[in-house]
Design a protein around this ligand. Structure first.
Ligand code: XMP
Length: 513
């Protein structure tokens, strides 16, 4: 097995996922837990050092145990992992102005050949994703340079004799398009054969759910999105009638969404479903709130209150099931007490109240969206469930930066419906990973007919992504954007200006809050 030492990168789980795709078994452990004794006991066949938010130039920043370097196993260091490796082995890392790089870069090969890079450079250079503030300014003895980028002269270095490899960029993210090849070469070098799959994940998940729940009853929060639908169907397969689903309408759904979801689920499944109309409760608590984390935490708490209310009506209901995914976990809290920083509190993780009467069942907690879709197909879910764009639990609340008001929500719902209709009419829905409108907390002056308007501005967002961890804006044509802006302004009273958000993730996030 392979050990990933987590130094707190937002994308550490993507490394695990790349390895699952190669059918290699691996485990992620936070660096604090990886002691000499741990390493000896774990006996990894190879080690990967993840990236992380800290700076190796800071005293007391995270380090791997020195034993890692004397075990005689291949090591791959990524970003912070690269820097910590250089520092520990006698190189030099510095912070400084002008060396930070975020986003797309191109690496070109040095003259020397390296087995790790076999078949990698397709075109004399390779696109990679950088996200670093510090940089290596002197490589460690024994190391050589095998690839450079304009901002990182030591983009790829290695000491092949010891099987140590270090890269400044993130080969695990989708925006390093051929990064998987590096992992493939690395596990090959480490002697892995690859014999791990999604069918075995399904069986293992069912076994764990039965073991956790026993003969108790489970309430499952259903949103109509792919995650909670897959969780519900998987749990139903595990425990049958012990499961009841609750669909909470919090008044932050899109136009006609509640009816559509309930009908879609009842038409396809014979799982008991409660339709809870709680709009007044949620909107009442949110009106006037503008801080994103307060919004998220309020929604998380109210969701639990509502689930608890329904659980109280079901004899023996002790568990709450949610379709929490890994990206929800990593952006909200530190994974397994791990070292990453909180970006936003996803409603079903960081938004949960500290004390809760229900125990959680979260069978998808280690998976990414597209892996959940693959599991959904494995479970036979209809394509119309699987192909829906993601929609966040806190709904329109986090697409309404600034104060939430009923008026803004109503305007937003209409604008979003026009936008999605445009996307469907142009046959783009399946090409786009997620699309929505955000209503901005500014009013701008316009002229319509011969009159003056003073209405809200909105932003259109559409991204391509594979897993929600990194994303790029969708390159609509100018015709499409123009036509959509005209339609929104003509059809939606209350909006007189439309902008298109062209930020990638990172540095942006997909949602505005
Ligand atoms: P961000 O905005 O963090 O979003 O780039 C990544 C993906 O996660 C969704 N998202 C959420 N999903 N509860 C959810 O169920 C949440 O609190 C939440 N916040 C963001 C977001 O829509 C995108 O697909």
């Amino acid at each position: 097995r392979l050990l990933i030492i987590d130094f707190g990168s937002q994308v550490t789980q993507l490394i695990a996922r790349r390895l699952r795709e190669l059918n290699v078994y691996c485990e992620i452990h936070p660096y604090q837990n990886v002691t000499d004794a741990f390493l000896k006991d774990f006996a990894p066949k190879a080690i990967i050092f993840s990236g992380g938010p800290d700076s190796v130039t800071r005293d007391g920043s995270p380090r791997p145990p020195a034993t890692a370097f004397s075990m005689g196993v291949p090591i791959l260091g990524i970003c912070y992992g690269q820097q910590v490796m250089m520092q520990e082995l006698g190189g030099l890392v510095e912070s400084g102005h002008g060396t930070a790089e975020f986003g797309r870069a191109y690496v070109t090969p040095a003259e020397e050949q390296l087995p790790l890079l076999e078949g990698w450079f397709s075109d004399g250079r390779e696109q990679v994703w950088m996200s670093h503030g510090d940089h290596v300014s002197r490589i460690a003895p024994g190391f050589q340079v095998y690839g450079t980028s304009p901002g990182a002269p030591f983009a790829i270095t290695a000491d092949p004799a010891r099987n140590f490899y270090a890269v400044q960029f993130h080969p695990e993210v989708h925006h390093t398009p051929r990064g998987a090849k590096l992992y493939e070469n690395f596990v090959k070098l480490a002697g892995f054969t690859g014999d791990w799959t999604m069918a075995s994940y399904r069986e293992e998940a069912i076994r764990k759910i039965r073991e956790q729940v026993g003969d108790k009853r489970v309430i499952c929060g259903l949103s109509g999105g792919v995650d909670s639908s897959v969780a519900a169907v998987l749990i139903h397969e595990a425990i049958g009638d012990q499961l009841t689903c609750v669909f909470v309408d919090h008044g932050l759904l899109r136009l006609n969404e509640a009816e559509e979801v309930v009908t879609m689920f009842r038409d396809n499944y014979n799982i008991p479903l409660i339709h809870a109309d709680e709009a007044d409760l949620f909107i009442g608590a949110l009106e006037g709130v503008s801080d994103p984390e307060v919004k998220r935490k309020t929604i998380g708490r109210l969701f639990i209150d509502v689930f608890q209310k329904y659980a109280n009506q079901i004899e023996g209901a002790e568990f709450l099931a949610q379709g929490t995914l890994y990206p929800d976990v990593i952006e909200s809290v530190s994974f397994s007490g791990g070292p990453s920083v909180t970006i936003k509190s996803h409603h079903n993780v960081g938004g949960l109240p500290e004390k809760m009467g229900l125990k959680l069942v979260e069978p998808l907690r280690e998976l990414f969206k597209d892996e959940v879709r693959a599991l959904g197909r494995e479970l036979g879910l209809p394509e119309k469930f699987i192909g829906r764009h993601p929609f966040p639990g806190p709904g329109l609340a986090i697409r309404c930066p600034g104060e939430i008001t009923r008026e803004k929500l109503d305007i937003l719902r209409l604008a979003d419906a026009v936008y999605i209709d445009q996307i469907r009419k142009h046959g783009l829905y399946d090409e786009i990973w997620q699309a929505f409108v955000a209503i901005l907390p500014v009013r701008t002056v316009g002229v319509m007919g011969d009159g003056r308007t003073y209405d809200f501005a909105c932003a259109l967002r559409a991204v391509t992504s594979v897993d929600g961890m990194t994303a790029d804006y969708y390159p609509f044509t100018h015709e499409f954007l123009g036509e959509t802006a005209t339609r929104i302004i003509n059809e939606v009273k209350g909006i007189n200006r439309v902008t298109y958000d062209i930020t990638s993730k990172p540095p942006g996030t997909i949602e505005w809050e």
